[in-house]
Structure formats: C-alpha cells, structure tokens
Design a protein around this ligand. Structure first.
Ligand code: ATP
Length: 237
C-alpha cells in the first residue's frame, strides 16, 4: 500500500479574527481525483490557497510524507504541487504557445518541463489556436489553456479552483472530461467545485465544506446518493 500523496491535518486559516477554514483534514492518494464541494463562501478557495502556501495555515500539510506547512509557494511548486486559480490568470496579450512555454518556466530551459506538442495532443483545440492571443479564446478554451500551462510544469498534484465557473453546460462537461483524463494519465487532482453534480461524476472521493469545516465526506457514488448532498448541493432534480 502506498500512503497518501497530500495530507491535510486539522488545517485552519483565519483572516484576522475570522476563521474561514476550521480544522479541515483531507487526503489525496496518488493518481486519485478528489473533489471539495461547497457553496459560495464555504472556504474552498481559502483552503486551496493554504495548501499551496499562498496563505499561512495552522495544522499540518504533508506532501509525500514531508511537512510543507511552513514552506513558501515556490518550494511547494518544486515538490510537484500546482494550483490553477479561479481567474485562470493567463497572459492575454501573449499567444497560446507562449503561455504554454511560460508554464515550464521553473525548469528555465533545463530538461524536465512539459512538452508543447504533448499538450497539443491532449488539447487539440489549443493546437488550432496556437498563434492566437490567449485573450481571444472562449471561456472553455481559456480553462483548457490554464490546465495545459499548469501541466507544462509537470505537477504531480494539480489543484483546480472552480474550473466550471462561467462556462456553459456543454463546455463544463468538456472541461470535466479533460480533468478526468488527466487523472487517467497519472496526475493526482484536487478539484474544488460549486458544481457538485459535474464534479461527483468524475471524482473518486469527495468532501463537502460548509462554514469552513468538512460536514460530509465519502466516495462519489455514496455522496451522489446522499439525500443531504442532493438537496443542498445538487439542487432539486
Ligand atoms: P467562492 O465560491 O466565492 O470562491 P469559497 O468557498 O471559495 O467561495 P472563500 O473564498 O474561501 O470561499 O471564502 C471563505 C470565507 O472567507 C468567506 O466568508 C469570505 O467572505 C471570507 N474571505 C475570503 N477572502 C477573504 C479576505 N481576503 N479577507 C477576509 N475575508 C475573506
């Protein structure tokens, strides 16, 4: 048995006196796709930022057994963590291809970074748009580019903050299919979503966050069949 890849133990994050994340524990095993669900303001983004080291946290965060809790963002990136923030943060006046090149920046020309042709194989739409400015892409294409750029850094754990945000249902399905394919290629994934239905369709395991704490967890099939999840987070069917 291999141990968990990412392990958060009683992680809490406060903005001043307000605790936005309170005692959250979760694990992501290698090659698994784990989702964190919750309504607006549940603390999902805050949790991701703490795991990535953007925000200081109490508790313990381990990656492959080593304690990351006090390490800065760059050190976590070097260990193989990557976060795609909600706003995707592409360089809109640069081409698709140049955005991808920047994704391998941490290797600075040394071998080890992702391969642009491999990204174009994974994301054929981006190949068609390789010389276009990122700012001219559709919402779905921008999300694909954000994923491909992150993969250029060869992460071992990819964290995504609401990749479905602002996308039409058909495009959401497309993005989710891609996320699930990345898992199949061996990248462990922590997927934060408000769109519980879409996330549970591809995830192996899920946590439901409410008021900064985990109120429910289980494998996706169990959560999909749980009346509380269905009512509260999947809406009326
Ligand atoms: P969303 O779907 O809106 O991103 P979320 O689940 O990601 O929601 P967070 O953004 O993590 O939730 O916010 C959790 C709580 O912390 C909310 O009550 C929010 O108002 C508060 N909060 C978030 N960012 C800050 C900040 N910079 N300063 C103070 N409070 C904040």
């Amino acid at each position: 048995m291999t141990g968990p890849m990412l392990e958060a133990e009683s992680v809490s994050v406060a903005y001043g006196k307000v605790e936005a994340v309170r005692g959250v524990s979760l694990t992501v095993a290698p090659g698994r796709l784990v989702t964190v669900l919750g309504a607006n303001g549940a603390g999902k983004t805050t949790l991701l930022n703490a795991l990535m080291g953007v925000l200081p946290a109490r508790g313990v965060i381990r990656f492959e057994g080593s304690d990351l809790t006090r390490l800065p963002v760059e050190a976590r990136v070097a260990q193989g963590l990557s976060l795609i923030p909600e706003r995707r943060e592409l360089f809109s006046t640069m081409t698709v291809e140049d955005n991808l090149r920047l994704g391998a920046f941490r290797f600075r020309g040394k071998p080890g970074g992702g391969d642009i042709d491999e990204m174009f194989r994974l994301f054929p739409r981006l190949a068609e748009r390789r010389r276009q400015h990122a700012g001219t892409l559709s919402g779905g294409e921008r999300q694909m580019l954000a994923m491909a750029r992150a993969l250029m850094g060869r992460p071992r754990l990819l964290m995504l903050d609401e990749p479905s945000l602002g996308l039409a249902p058909l495009i959401v399905a497309d993005v989710m299919r891609t996320v699930s394919r990345l898992r199949d290629e061996g990248v462990a994934i922590l997927l934060v979503e408000q769109n519980a239905r879409a996330a549970l369709q591809i995830a192996d395991y899920g946590y439901v966050l409410d008021g900064g704490t985990v109120v429910l967890e289980g494998d996706s099939r169990t959560l999909q069949g749980d009346a509380r999840v269905v009512e509260t987070y999947l809406g009326v069917l």
